[in-house]
Write a protein that binds this ligand. Structure first.
Ligand code: HEM
Length: 371
């Protein structure tokens, strides 16, 4: 029986390697923003709940203010990989999206509510009102969106359950069950949130808008959180790989790129260990945080890139074992369109970089000034 819908007769308009490269670049950036949101938000909630010192409230407000901006990156950096994923894996991804259609479409409403709650959280913190329960609600919703995304990205790899799910309901009201890879994968993203969130604090501690005492507090807290959750993140990563089918594990271990990106070639593994060491120096050492800020940020970016490459390998190898070869497509490249796209893409990245540099250079009041 044919597991996957028939391939679209219209050829792909760009080389597959280029579509995959753009997919991985944009998705890695989406993941950096997602992890900052998931980890940063809960850290800000906890800091505002247990106001152990004036610095904890200053830190909570500093994170919250930035989270509304981070959310724009989560969304805008989520759209391109969604488009690339649909071009490359449409036969699998459209099917799974339709099968959980009611939940899939509800992401738009949940996302809107989460965004509104984020603004409420920030406003309440700024005005000194109780805010933790608003922030916590936003975090629960964001975690649920993450769960739905993990659900769809794993359901697209299981053509064997599609027919039975569709027979149960064509309205997309059921979520799939019985996939051992789903929960470890979701928890890996949540653990990564605290890890990257901790590294983000180490980075923030290098900003000149904090007093020396605040910097010390933020670097110490961020470093300790990143050390603890770096270890949890490593364990979750090992768990997520261990539940993959043997054929996928063998494929990951023997493919040169995935070997390098993941465990066997120590790409992701080495970077996580390096980032934990950076965090340990920031969290427990006496070294000023400024020098560590950029090292932690760079490590976080490289961790997400290697993670995304490896994750891509899990998908391609799983699908290949079920008869779907992502490389097996007719390509008729339209170079003028590809060229125009790349010019706009690079130009767009340049404009974002320029915007960030303008914001970074702008004169800002001290973070705790209004308290
Ligand atoms: C609060 C908002 C969001 C959160 C917390 C979030 C979280 C996540 C997580 C955890 C994953 C990984 C799932 C997995 O593979 O296990 C993911 C993947 C993804 N997200 Fe987001 N996301 C959010 C918003 C969005 C938005 C608004 C879009 C698009 C418009 C988007 C597009 C994607 C895509 C396309 C993937 C997977 C791509 C692929 O596998 O090829 N996300 N997201």
């Amino acid at each position: 029986m044919q597991s996957f819908p028939a391939v679209d007769p219209i050829p792909l308009p760009a080389p597959i390697w280029l579509l995959k490269l753009l997919h991985i670049v944009t998705l890695s950036l989406h993941f950096v923003a997602v992890e900052m949101l998931l980890g940063g938000l809960l850290l800000a909630v906890l800091l505002s709940l247990f106001r152990s010192s004036p610095a904890s409230l200053v830190t909570a407000r500093a994170i919250a203010r930035r989270l509304t901006v981070v959310m724009t990156y989560v969304i805008n950096l989520g759209v391109p990989p969604l488009l690339f994923a649909q071009v490359l894996y449409g036969r699998a991804l459209y099917t799974s999206s339709v099968l959980i259609g009611a939940y899939w479409i509800s992401i738009i409403a949940i996302l809107t509510l989460t965004y509104w709650l984020l603004y409420q959280f920030t406003a309440r913190l700024e005005s000194g009102r109780s805010a933790w329960w608003v922030g916590l609600s936003a975090w629960v919703l964001a975690g649920f969106i993450a769960r739905l995304l993990s659900t769809n990205m794993t359901l697209m790899l299981r053509p064997e359950v599609w027919r039975q799910m569709y027979s149960s309901s064509a309205a997309g009201v059921y979520l799939p069950t019985g996939d051992p890879t789903l929960t470890p994968r979701w928890l890996l993203m949540l653990a990564g949130g605290f890890f990257i969130g901790g590294l983000w604090l180490v980075y923030l501690a290098g900003r000149s808008t904090f007093t020396a005492d605040e910097k010390k507090f933020i670097a110490g807290l961020g470093g300790k959180v990143a050390v603890l959750f770096g270890v949890v993140y490593l364990a979750a990563g090992l768990w997520a790989v261990s539940v993959q089918p043997q054929a996928v594990k063998d494929g990951l271990a023997s493919h040169p790129l995935y070997r390098f990106a993941g465990f066997a070639g120590y790409g992701w593994l080495a970077l996580v260990i390096l980032a934990v060491l950076i965090a340990a120096i920031a969290g427990f050492g006496k070294v000023a945080a400024n020098g560590l800020a950029w090292a932690g940020a760079l490590a976080a970016l490289l961790i997400e890139i290697t993670f995304t490459v490896y994750r891509d390998g899990v998908r391609d190898l799983t699908l290949l074992n079920k008869g779907f070869d992502v490389w097996n497509r007719t390509v008729v490249t339209n170079w003028s369109v590809v060229g125009l796209f790349l010019v706009l893409f690079v130009g767009g990245l340049g404009v974002i970089g320029w915007l960030i540099s303008v914001v970074a250079r702008a004169q800002k009041p001290m973070e705790g000034a209004a308290l």
